[in-house]
Ligand binder design. Structure first.
Ligand code: FES
Length: 171
């Protein structure tokens, strides 16, 4: 079975589970993203056809919510809070260290699809700042050197050698 056929079958299953109800579009997109870690364009086209919803409308929803991604995401998701409380406690140095170690800029995914690095403005845990959320787990009062331990705890492959600046793929 080709990769495309697998994708088609899986997306059809998800649509069927919601009886192709247009009101379930966001839930369907969430499930598709859970499976593929992003929303492949082929999946959006298929949803459009099967549910008779304009592709532009689906793109509108997919781009409105920050939790959706139209580009591949890494197996491990690292999100550094850069809100005011975390910023004054040095979150910028944490972002820069992770950028160096992973060889990507914020908003990017490593070429081996192991890590995605993002930043966010306040996750409501200011007292614990600086805060990093790694694969859903909160790491509070993180120091720059703690980031090594955090990446190890994710259990991913060691970060690839850093690439030259500007060679990253935007997310
Ligand atoms: S500013 Fe980082 S948790 Fe509020």
């Amino acid at each position: 079975m080709t990769e495309q056929a697998v994708l088609t079958g899986k997306v059809d299953e998800i649509i069927a589970a919601y009886e192709a109800k247009p009101t379930a579009l966001i839930m369907i997109l969430q499930e598709v993203q859970e499976v593929y870690r992003y929303l492949p364009v082929e999946a959006l086209e298929q949803i459009s056809k099967r549910m008779d919803i304009a592709l532009a409308q689906i793109y509108g929803v997919a781009t409105f919510y920050k939790s959706f991604s139209l580009t591949p995401r890494g197996k491990h998701h690292v999100c550094v809070c850069t809100g005011t409380a975390c910023h004054v406690r040095n979150s910028r140095s944490i972002v820069e260290k992770l950028e160096r170690d992973l060889g990507i800029k914020r908003g990017e995914t490593t070429e081996d699809l192991e890590y995605t690095l993002e930043t966010v403005n306040c996750v409501g845990a200011c007292a614990l700042g600086p805060v990093v959320i790694a694969d859903g787990k909160y790491w509070g009062r993180l120091t720059v050197s703690d980031t090594d331990k955090m990446l190890q705890a994710l259990g991913g492959k060691p970060a690839a050698a850093p690439r030259a600046a500007g060679s990253g793929r935007g997310a």
